[in-house]
Design a protein around this ligand. Structure first.
Ligand SMILES: *Cc1c(COP(=O)(O)O)cnc(C)c1O
Length: 376
């Protein structure tokens, strides 16, 4: 109970849930069907519309979405998949689920922390089968360039779009994109995920894979549309349910407005912090869903001390991300692997609060508190 501990609480991210979500859940409960059913199908159609893709398949997490995409495109043992190390660990785990090997690629530049096209080109081997591009912080990666990169080498191009639902052209130029609706993402179903793809024909495979390889669903059998099923391949239980799909439908309606609010807040942060000691990655006009507000602290700053000061001001902050290749789990596989730009970026990065419920005043307060912390 230190006297200097602020009353104010500014969370890094916070889901915006209200009366409409409550009503949607009640309606789903009263409908008499809570497992995967018509709400899930409707959620898929609406999400496909958002992305302007012919196909969307709902699953129960972003990690499941990445895994199923790789499987559906036949990625497996002896294949290599190019991945960014500067991402949530789910990106690098996905190839491992299929028996493939993730190959870590460094970022472009500390002011443009997307996976580097040049370094990716150097890491392609005869075994490379796919590449997973991640829209860091919601800042949309240059998908035209990645499409050309993939075409020239006959690679499958996957987007980890967990940060970027509703982002400009996200999901349109790759072979498939994976979204997450975890509670801290731009839209949430508590847990949940979605796959979109321009290849309508992989929809059937994805739907088999998410449901134990079974050829009919429980709903179809319940409705008398089918009487039994076959299992044609190994599958998983990666199904979404009606409760979560109901939440998703409400959240989807608000997504673009909330993304716009996030973009305003991101620009306000820039206004408050530009010209100071911190570096703000990406230029202000870069298309973004503003999922994160990453900043780079001056070299040599004790980040822990900054985070402690912010905490005392009631402000939550975080680091996105500890690079995946530095985790014990991956160090065993790749001893001595070094990705200098990723390591430099991650050692100086700090993520400031951003979510649609923040006020302009909150941003001013965070910027002021950060400036104070740096002046110490
Ligand atoms: C959240 C996230 C995921 C995984 O999503 P889950 O729904 O938590 O499985 C994958 N990649 C990135 C970049 C993420 O931020």
């Amino acid at each position: 109970m230190g006297m200097d501990v602020s009353e104010r609480r500014i969370e890094l991210s916070a889901p915006k849930l209200g009366h409409e979500e409550e009503e949607a859940l009640v309606e789903a409960i009263r409908s008499g069907w809570i497992a995967m059913g018509e709400k899930v199908s409707l959620f898929e159609r609406r999400f496909a519309d958002l992305c302007q893709t012919p196909l969307a398949v709902a699953v129960n997490s972003g990690a499941a979405a990445l895994h199923l995409l790789l499987e559906a495109f036949g990625v497996g043992p002896n294949d290599e998949v190019l991945v960014p190390s500067l991402s949530f660990v789910a990106t690098a785990n996905a190839p491992l689920y299929t028996g493939a090997t993730p190959v870590f690629v460094d970022i472009d530049h500390i002011s443009r922390p997307h996976m580097s096209l040049d370094e990716a080109a150097r890491k392609v081997t005869s075994k490379t089968k796919a590449v997973i591009v991640m829209h860091y912080g919601g800042y949309v990666a240059p998908m035209n360039e990645w499409r050309r990169f993939a075409n020239e080498r006959s690679l499958i191009l996957i987007e980890d779009a967990a940060h970027a639902p509703g982002g400009l052209d996200v999901g349109r130029f790759s072979d498939g994109a994976a979204f997450s609706f975890y509670s801290n993402k731009n839209m949430t179903t508590a847990e949940g995920g979605m796959i979109v793809s321009p290849h309508e024909k992989i929809g059937e495979v994805l739907k088999l894979l998410r449901n134990q390889g079974m050829t009919t669903s429980t709903l179809e059998r319940d409705r008398g549309l089918a009487f039994s099923y076959d299992v044609t391949q190994l599958g998983y239980n990666y199904r979404l349910d009606e409760l979560r799909a109901s939440l998703g439908l409400v959240q989807l309606d608000r997504l673009l407005d909330q993304n716009r609010r996030r973009q305003e807040l991101a620009l306000l942060y820039r206004e408050k912090l530009e010209g100071g000691e911190v570096l703000l990655p990406f230029d202000p006009a870069w298309p973004t869903t503003a999922h994160l507000t990453p900043i780079l602290l001056p070299k040599g700053t004790d980040r822990r001390e900054v985070m402690v000061h912010l905490r005392q001001c009631g402000i939550q902050s975080s680091v996105h991300y500890p690079p995946s290749h530095t985790f014990a789990h991956f160090q065993e596989r790749y001893p001595g692997l070094s990705l200098p730009l990723t390591e430099q970026f991650a050692s100086r990065e700090l993520s400031l609060p951003i979510h649609p419920a923040l006020s302009n005043d909150d941003v001013t307060y965070v910027a002021k508190s950060l400036t104070e912390a740096l002046a110490r």
